[in-house]
Write a protein that binds this ligand. Structure first.
Ligand code: FPP
Length: 252
């Protein structure tokens, strides 16, 4: 089923003619189904998903998107079979081993978001090294959501704010949306303008619950391993042709 139909195919030049989203968020979904359809183990789907990720990061660099957030592992994903979890953890290591140099040369800042301290030691080591060695880069911030949960993120922010109030470093009167934003993993970043979910699911899955308040959603039936830069072009084109009102009215 197509979610929209369009006669003319849209290309990169079409989207470059209009303002681009500053921040794109993606739920990299459908790896397991992609593998099952081919009679392959689920982990083959995750491996193919890494290739899509590489292509999309490169394309975001190419069109100068400053922030990209990808959902790689949720706080709920620990419920998956042990073998799948450990493959995912190893894929993250492999991705860093293979891609870190090129990402660094291209000016990508790798910014893990989530309770990374609970990840396996070796994976954590690679992630911290990737974060530290790219922290000065400014072409693209790549937020990689790892052991990430939106509710956990907000709960942690509330807890940190309470601790500050207890110590007398903050007062209750100072609590507002901006202050809460400063205690989230994405502090100092714009909220996503566009959130993409491949594989046809219509759920938010505990992803960026605070930050997605006014984000435009774009869903496609394409599975993540089949997701190509052309799909991102289509998503951005749709985004550019929507009217964002942020709860107000547009009189123009
Ligand atoms: C969801 O598809 C995908 C994941 C839980 C993992 C996403 C991870 C990667 C693409 C690779 C590792 C990441 C990095 C940063 C190198 P699913 O397995 O739930 O698919 P299904 O719904 O079809 O079963």
């Amino acid at each position: 089923m197509a979610f929209f139909s369009r006669k003319k195919s849209i290309n990169k030049e079409d989207i470059l003619a209009k303002p681009l989203p500053k921040h794109i968020a993606i739920i990299m979904d459908g790896n397991g189904r992609w593998a099952s359809k081919r009679g392959l183990p689920r982990v083959a789907g995750h491996r193919a998903g890494v290739e899509s990720l590489k292509n999309i990061v490169q394309f975001c660099l190419d069109i100068k998107i400053p922030y990209l957030t990808v959902y790689a592992f949720s706080t709920e994903n620990w419920k998956r079979p042990k073998e799948e979890v450990s493959t995912l953890m190893n894929l993250i290591i492999e991705y860093i081993q293979r891609e870190l140099d090129i990402l660094h040369r291209n000016g990508v800042r790798i910014n893990p978001i989530g309770k990374i301290e609970d990840l396996p030691e070796k994976t954590l080591e690679y992630i911290i090294n990737a974060r530290n060695s790219t922290q000065e880069n400014d072409k693209l911030v790549l937020n990689v959501a790892l052991n990430y949960g939106g509710r956990t993120e907000i709960t942690q922010a509330v807890s940190l704010i309470c601790q500050k109030i207890k110590k007398g470093e903050l007062t209750c009167e100072e609590i507002n949306e901006e202050l809460i934003g400063q205690f989230l993993y994405t502090h100092n970043q714009p909220d996503p303008d566009l959130m993409i979910r491949p594989s046809g699911e219509m759920r938010i899955s505990n992803f960026l619950l605070w930050q997605l308040a006014y984000t435009e959603f774009w869903v496609t039936n394409v599975l993540w391993p089949d997701f190509k830069p052309q799909h991102l072009v289509d998503a951005i084109y749709d985004f550019q042709n929507r009217e964002r009102r942020f709860g107000g009215l547009n009189f123009s």
